[in-house]
Design a protein. Structure first.
Length: 202
C-alpha cells in the first residue's frame, strides 16, 4: 500500500510549470536593462556607453526584446491554464481581486462584490483561512512564487481540497504588476491518499 501511495504523490504536475519558470526567467531579463537605464540617469554623461559596455540604444533594444518575450509568454501561459480544469484567477500587485473572476465566481458562487479585495478569502475554509492569509502576505513581501493547499467552499457549500499556485508577473522595471495562477481541485487525490493511509495502518 505504501508503494501505491508513493505513486499517487509522484503524479506529474500540470504543464503550466514550464511556462511559470519561463515567466520568472524572462521577467528577470526584462528587469535588468530597465534597472541599468535607471542608474544611467543618475550618472555623469562622460561616455556614450553604459557601465556594462553597451551603448544606450543596445540596452534599450534589449529591454524591448525582453519585454516582448515576456508578453508572448504571458499570452501562452494564460491560454494554457485557461484550457485546464483549474480555477484561473489574477490579482493586482497587492494580492487583491480587482477584476471579475469568472472561474472563481462559477466555482464558489461569490459575486464580484463578495470576492473583491480580499473577499475571496471568505470562501476558504475557516480552519485554513488565517494560514492562507499569512502565506499570501509572505509571498507579497518577498515577490516569490506562492504555493499552498487549502479547502475552498464550492457553490453548493461543500469544501474541496485545492492546490494553489501563483506567479508574480513583473514589468520592465522589475516591479510586480500582478499575480496570476490556478486553483486545482485535488479532492480525489486526497481521498485516495486518505484511504491508502488507513489501509496501511490496518
Amino acid at each position: 500500500m505504501t508503494t501505491a501511495l508513493a505513486h499517487i504523490k509522484r503524479r506529474p504536475q500540470l504543464n503550466f510549470e514550464k511556462e511559470q519558470r519561463a515567466f520568472v526567467k524572462c521577467g528577470k531579463l526584462a528587469a535588468k536593462p530597465a534597472q541599468a537605464a535607471t542608474r544611467r540617469k543618475h550618472m555623469p554623461q562622460t561616455s556614450t556607453t553604459s557601465p556594462t559596455g553597451q551603448a544606450p540604444a543596445a540596452a534599450d533594444n534589449s529591454a524591448r526584446d525582453a519585454s516582448a518575450e515576456l508578453r508572448a509568454i504571458d499570452a501562452r501561459f494564460r491560454s494554457l491554464i485557461t484550457a485546464t480544469s483549474a480555477i484561473v484567477w489574477s490579482a493586482d500587485r497587492d494580492g487583491h481581486f480587482e477584476t471579475e473572476q469568472e472561474g472563481w465566481s462559477s466555482f464558489t458562487g461569490q459575486s464580484f462584490a463578495q470576492l473583491r479585495g480580499y473577499g475571496y478569502l471568505d470562501a476558504v475554509h475557516p480552519d485554513d483561512r488565517e494560514r492562507t492569509r499569512t502565506e499570501i502576505a509572505a509571498a507579497l513581501a518577498q515577490g516569490a512564487m506562492f504555493e499552498t493547499e487549502h479547502r475552498l467552499r464550492r457553490a453548493d457549500g461543500q469544501y474541496r481540497h485545492m492546490h494553489v499556485r501563483a506567479l508574480a508577473i513583473r514589468g520592465d522595471d522589475g516591479e510586480v504588476r500582478e499575480w496570476i495562477g490556478p486553483n486545482t481541485d485535488i479532492g480525489q487525490r486526497k481521498d485516495v491518499e486518505q484511504r491508502l493511509t488507513l489501509l496501511d495502518a490496518m
